[in-house]
Design a protein around this ligand. Structure first.
Ligand code: NAD
Length: 726
């Protein structure tokens, strides 16, 4: 174990350097923490050492705790977690007190954290226990406590120290929203003490150590007469902060994220007691969050498995397929977005449309986004010119020569797509991808003379914001095309899932039943507000009625008609169409039209649910329970995900979970559809399905896979996914 090493110079300044071998970023492990503790003991006990600099041997300080370690902690049980966390508190407290006399607060050794770059999570909690934090002026560095983003909260004293350092109100964005700042912003916000030129970092740290006085080492909360900035909960000003914070947290999280609630409780209760007791309270709440299956599920999907997919967990073993020149056909909403993210990633792009005007409009989309970036000071004039310089907007197909990947985003019409395929393949032999959202890839591939190099690359709208890309393997798609698509997605820094070809692929296959279940309930007379709120209270970002308003009722009608034509008598959604088609007849086509299930003001801002709906679909006198509505909305999506796995459309549950959260915001607290099923257990899921099936029909019949798992007592991540899941 060499994660930390120590040297001491002639003037008695010890430097502890954090440098985890074979990793580009330092992450903390339990063993490394013990080593750090031993080095600190050694330095504090060595009379020749005057003070300590804690720094990194890498360009960044640290990325945080190793989340693989945290994800496994739950298995050890609550007592072991609590003891482990209290052990960390002891070490950090030892650093903070640095050998000083507990009564006189004199005689300690100064310890300074010198941060060359990014410092996240424990990478900031450790510096917060030091006596001073100095960061190099590195605008790329990110400093903060992002734990809340993966379903936990800063549990190594970060919560307690930050609140005592800056007050609950000022600490709120860092703790509750995981706000990250560059070094200058972190200094302005009060997270760190000093920013210096990178080349002066260690010299300045040493200078501070040698000049530090006893008083410089005493934390405000250890000094006599300490008062919390902004006031404690029973102080009039503090009272207002805590009332406001509780309302804000519940408003934002709908109460489904255990970490946000526990964090708030730790802050509130901690503020009422002495510092060391507050740490103990923080440890108890942190333990409760780690014991909650939601935190394990979130870490697994939002961090470990998302990263594994981005690194190519399911990439076929063929040579590098990095895209050098990309052709985009169709410069509409999707094509223009695809051109933008690709040019931004350094790829040369030929953007083609039927007219020069349309192609230019597509390129202008990039210009508008870059201008916005310039207004926000995120993009320089040079960067804008460089990115725009990579996009050639034209109608001339000859310009496609040399493209190693083509993405087609023309109208959703198989005839138009077939013509485009033939025309492109005549001038270019790159891999051909279609961005279709509904047409089966194997059918479209019939127009190709090279079906092994024909694939689906399905982006979500808006392309520059949505991070999921669904890659669809047609029946004849070869490995090189899959690798090409995956390498492309890596280049544009999005997250890929690879699925097999079937109606609506994976994401839309699950989203459509969710929307349909909501609409079906409206037809039955369930109050629309109950439908929408039930969805939000179970962690869906948008209720089904808002979602169909946003994606447009016109599109819903189009998809319904095409599906009915394809399925004939087996078409199951007549009840949904009754509402959907009626809405279309009323001209209520959704948000873009300024009228849908919701009413919108003149500026297009969503107001309340439309009160005209009840005239045609009156509310039933008896309304269902909240949980019944929630089970219907969740199961509509989740059973489809299970069927996709059972049918072989999904081949990896990790992709099913990560894809659901990134693609349509499926209740992130649950870790995804399979994560949710594991939390409630297959037996309970089958029981819920049984009730729903009896009351609402065969669409809730539990799939065979789920029933078998229930009988055998299996879980997705414990058994079926064990080989592939982290
Ligand atoms: P759009 O109507 O905004 O753009 C289509 C563009 O293709 C237009 O600019 C049109 O002029 C151009 N075009 C049509 N025929 C052409 C041809 N023969 N040669 C060159 N250009 C031609 O449509 P969109 O919303 O960008 O959708 C494009 C594709 O992406 C569709 O297949 C759609 O299903 C799919 N898709 C859309 C979304 C979405 O949310 N809009 C999401 C995922 C996938």
């Amino acid at each position: 174990m060499t994660d930390f090493s120590m040297t001491t110079d002639a003037e008695g300044v010890a430097t502890i350097t954090w440098d985890v071998a074979a990793k580009s970023m330092n992450v903390m492990s339990t063993e490394a923490f013990a080593l750090l503790s031993a080095l600190v003991d050694q330095a504090l006990g060595d009379a020749a050492v005057k003070g300590i600099i804690l720094t990194s041997g890498k360009k960044d300080f640290a990325g945080g705790m190793d989340l693989n370690v945290i994800a496994r902690m739950r298995a050890g049980g609550a007592q072991a977690i609590f003891d482990g966390v209290m052990g960390m508190h002891q070490v950090l407290r030892k650093i903070e007190r640095a050998g000083m006399d507990p009564k006189t607060l004199k005689g300690g050794k100064p310890i300074v954290a010198a941060l060359p770059g990014t410092a996240l999570g424990i990478g900031l909690e450790l510096p917060l226990a030091c006596h001073r934090i100095i960061a190099a002026d590195n605008p790329k560095a990110k400093i903060g406590l992002p734990e809340i983003m993966v379903g936990i909260f800063p549990g190594a004293g970060g919560t307690t120290r930050l609140v005592r350092k800056m007050g609950a109100m000022m600490a709120a964005p860092y703790l509750l929203e995981g706000k990250l700042s560059d070094p200058k912003g972190a200094k302005a916000g009060g997270l760190i003490d000093e920013v210096v030129a990178p080349e002066n970092l260690l010299a300045r740290a040493k200078e501070w150590v040698l000049a530090a006085t006893d008083a410089d080492l005493v934390k405000p909360w250890d000094a006599k007469g300490y008062k919390m900035p902004g006031g404690t909960p029973y102080h009039p000003a503090g009272f207002m902060t805590f009332v406001g914070a509780s309302a804000m947290v519940i408003g934002k999280t709908m109460g489904v994220y255990p970490a946000a609630k526990a964090l708030l409780a730790a802050v509130y209760e901690g503020a009422l007691v002495p510092f060391d007791t507050a740490l103990k309270i923080e440890a108890r709440h942190f333990t409760s969050v780690l014991m909650n299956p939601s935190s394990t599920a979130m870490i697994r999907s939002l961090f470990i498995n998302k990263e594994a997919l981005e690194k190519g967990a399911n990439r076929p073993k063929v040579e590098d397929q990095t895209v050098r020149k990309l052709g985009v056909i169709g410069a509409g909403m999707m094509g223009a977005g695809i051109a933008y993210v690709s040019a931004l990633a350094g790829i040369e792009v030929v953007l083609i449309d039927a007219t020069q005007d349309a192609a230019d409009r597509g390129r202008a989309h990039s210009e508008a986004l870059l201008d916005k970036g310039m207004q926000r000071k995120k993009v320089t004039a040079e960067k804008k010119a460089e990115v725009l310089g990579r996009i050639t907007a034209t109608t001339d197909h000859a310009a496609l020569a040399g493209c190693d990947l083509i993405v087609e985003a023309v109208f959703e019409d198989p005839k138009v797509k077939a013509e485009v395929t033939a025309r492109v393949e005549a001038v270019c032999d790159g891999v051909f991808a279609t961005n279709t959202s509904t047409l089966p890839i194997s059918g479209l591939a019939k127009a190709s003379v090279r079906p092994d190099r024909f694939i689906g690359i399905h982006f979500f709208s808006p392309v520059d914001k949505m991070n999921l890309v669904e890659i669809i393997r047609g029946r004849e798609t070869g490995d090189v095309a899959v690798a090409k698509a995956l390498d492309f997605v890596r280049q544009i820094r999005k997250t890929p899932i690879v699925v097999n070809d079937a109606r609506f692929f994976y994401a839309n296959r699950c989203i459509i039943p969710y929307i349909n279940e909501g609409i079906r309930m409206v037809a039955e007379g369930v109050e629309p507000a109950l439908v929408e709120n039930a969805a939000k209270l179970v962690g869906m970002p948008l209720g089904p009625l808002q979602l169909v308003d946003e994606t447009s009722i016109e599109l819903g009608v189009k998809i319904a008609k095409a599906t009915r034509a394809a399925m004939g008598d087996a078409y199951p959604d007549g009840a949904v169409d009754e509402v959907l088609f009626w809405m279309a007849d009323q001209g209520r086509m959704g948000k873009k039209a300024g009228a849908g299930f919701y009413a919108y003001d003149a500026a297009g801002k969503r107001e309340a649910l439309w009160d005209g709906l009840a005239a045609r679909f009156p509310e039933a006198p008896v309304q269902p329970d909240l949980s019944e509505v929630q089970h219907r909305l969740l199961m509509a999506q989740v059973l489809e995900a299970v069927r996709a796995l059972q049918d072989g459309v999904l081949t990896d549950i990790r992709e099913g979970d990560v894809g659901a959260i990134l693609g349509w915001g499926f209740a992130p607290w649950s870790g995804g559809p399979f994560g949710w099923l594991d939390i409630i257990g297959a037996a309970r899921a089958v029981e819920i399905c049984g009730g729903l099936e009896a009351r609402h029909g065969a669409r809730f019949h539990a799939p065979k896979l789920l029933r078998e798992m229930s009988t055998k007592g299996e879980s997705f991540y414990g058994t079926t996914g064990a080989a592939k899941a982290a």
